[in-house]
Design a binder for this molecule. Structure first.
Ligand SMILES: Cc1cc2nc3c(=O)[nH]c(=O)nc-3n(C[C@H](O)[C@H](O)[C@H](O)COP(=O)(O)OP(=O)(O)OC[C@H]3O[C@@H](n4cnc5c(N)ncnc54)[C@H](O)[C@@H]3O)c2cc1C
Length: 445
């Protein structure tokens, strides 16, 4: 096998930028190397990297094959981006049942990480809308058709299986019919975390979507202040009114872009404090209502292409954790206090509840409770020490740390977060591995 080399294949955190070896999917079953499917690199850390082997880029020649506007069933190659799915299905009024906060994610990547969206409390994870897929394994001569009825064990292990169980080639996905893509949004500007926790359950119950932004730099009586943004799909009439207003913008994709990596980190304490203050005060006190275009509601950061480059050449770490409801208020406070003690500002701090829906996945990050996401510019040892301290708080609360946002968690943190990891290892295709799996699971064997 003659792999090609490319230094554009990296993960979103940009922690390590090196030239990576690539091969095509048809070279996978026949060669001796270690492989890993690569979607669009929107995972933050090293679950989508394989520096001891080769990556299999999945976007080449990826197509949508069929969409049934009566049933909402889509048949597409795994390398198709969610963004392209939505472009295709929007005229028929079908939206994804679950979408992460960026549309630049492939179907295969969304399945492999069993991603979640702002409606986890209502609909659970992406895997719930996957009806079936075809899987290529190195130990099989033919594609395996996997569904809850056929090859059901490998179906469950592949959803959330971080690419380790084989290469997903084609997918059958169920979409949901909506009155409008746009969203009728209710916002609650809250002064502190008590106010958030007093209101979140009632607001979640009444809305399909719900997520809170926290001003992580606020201190004193404003500690934990933020904005809870909930929403339901707009009615047909509201949607038409919005469409009229924004017609001129429709043909444009990302309007802003960061064309190269900034030589310094531009996301610093001062820029953050100014942004947070302005953002918080851009919302009215208490409850308010507005109509939001779907692009900015679901994918606000997609409007700035390459925004991760603002963090400079050292990149960023994201820390996402989930912890049980019973201790959620105290754990959230402890995590925010910890970042404050380390004097580390988080650009995007997001808090959300996860509901009780089960997932078809064997191995999946979301579980009932609350999830807090923090983004930190990489400042070397100080950042790594902070991240370890955050892990400790999460584990003490009985929670878990998200692997596909991670580039540094210890094998022990991983094992405590996912006590059933050996079951995924048992289904792993022995010719597939990732840097993450090598530095965590395989050191525990
Ligand atoms: C701005 C932003 C917002 C985000 N918001 C959310 C969010 O709200 N919720 C959430 O859950 N995540 C979120 N994420 C993370 C992102 O949704 C996931 O990491 C997603 O899985 C990335 O998909 P990808 O196509 O880029 O795949 P990659 O990151 O390239 O790969 C992800 C995993 O999928 C595997 N894989 C890819 N293709 C295949 C295939 N064909 N067959 C088998 N395995 C495959 C890879 O091996 C890897 O393990 C966000 C990321 C960003 C940058």
């Amino acid at each position: 096998m003659e792999p090609t080399h490319d230094n554009n294949f990296t993960s979103w955190g940009n922690i390590s930028r090196v030239q990576r070896d690539l091969a095509s999917v048809d070279q996978f079953p026949t060669s001796q190397s270690s492989f890993l499917p690569f979607g669009n690199g929107r995972s933050y850390g090293d679950t989508c990297l394989n520096d001891s082997g080769v990556l299999l880029p999945m976007q080449n020649d990826a197509h949508i094959h069929q969409f049934d506007a009566k049933t909402g069933l889509l048949f597409a190659d795994a390398g198709v981006l969610l963004r392209d799915v939505l472009k295709f299905t929007r005229p028929f009024g079908y939206f994804l049942e679950v979408t992460p906060g960026t549309s630049f994610v492939t179907l295969g990547g969304a399945i492999a990480n069993d991603v979640h969206g702002k409606n986890h409390h209502a609909r659970g994870t992406f895997g719930r809308s996957v009806l079936s897929f075809d899987l290529l394994r190195s130990d099989r001569s033919a594609l395996m058709h996997c569904s809850p009825e056929e090859n059901s064990e490998i179906f469950a292990a592949t959803i959330g299986g971080m690419g380790l169980t084989g290469v997903i080639t084609r997918v059958c996905l169920r979409l949901m019919e909506v009155s409008s893509f746009d969203v009728n949004q209710k916002t609650l500007r809250f002064n502190n975390l008590d106010e958030y926790f007093e209101n979140v359950e009632v607001i979640d119950d009444a809305h399909e979507y719900s997520v809170a932004w926290i001003d992580q730099l606020a201190r004193g009586t404003s500690f934990g202040r933020g904005v809870l943004m909930a929403g339901n799909h707009a009615s047909v009439e509201e949607g038409h009114a919005m469409a009229g207003e924004r017609q001129a913008d429709e043909s444009k994709d990302a309007k802003l872009s960061v064309p190269f990596t900034s030589p310094i980190n531009l996301i610093n304490r001062w820029s953050l404090a100014a942004f947070n203050f302005a953002y918080y005060h851009s919302f009215s006190k208490g409850l308010s209502e507005s109509m939001e275009p779907w692009q900015s509601y679901f994918y606000p950061l997609d409007a700035i292409k390459g925004w991760n480059r603002l963090y400079g050449p050292k990149g960023l770490y994201q820390h996402q954790s989930v912890y049980p409801k019973a201790a959620a208020r105290e754990t959230t406070i402890e995590l925010l206090e910890c970042a404050k003690r380390f004097n580390h500002g988080s650009f995007l701090t997001v808090l959300k509840s996860f509901g009780a829906q089960t997932t078809p996945a064997l191995f999946s990050f979301p579980r009932e409770g609350f999830t807090l996401t923090l983004d930190f510019a990489n400042q070397g040892v100080k950042t790594l020490q902070l991240l370890d301290a955050l892990d400790e708080i999460v584990l003490k609360a009985g929670g878990a740390v998200n692997p596909y946002k991670d580039h540094r968690m210890s094998a022990e943190t991983f094992a405590q977060s996912f006590p059933n990891w050996r079951e995924l290892e048992a289904h792993r295709d022995q010719k597939i591995c990732s840097d993450f799996w090598r530095r965590t699971a395989l050191t525990l064997k």
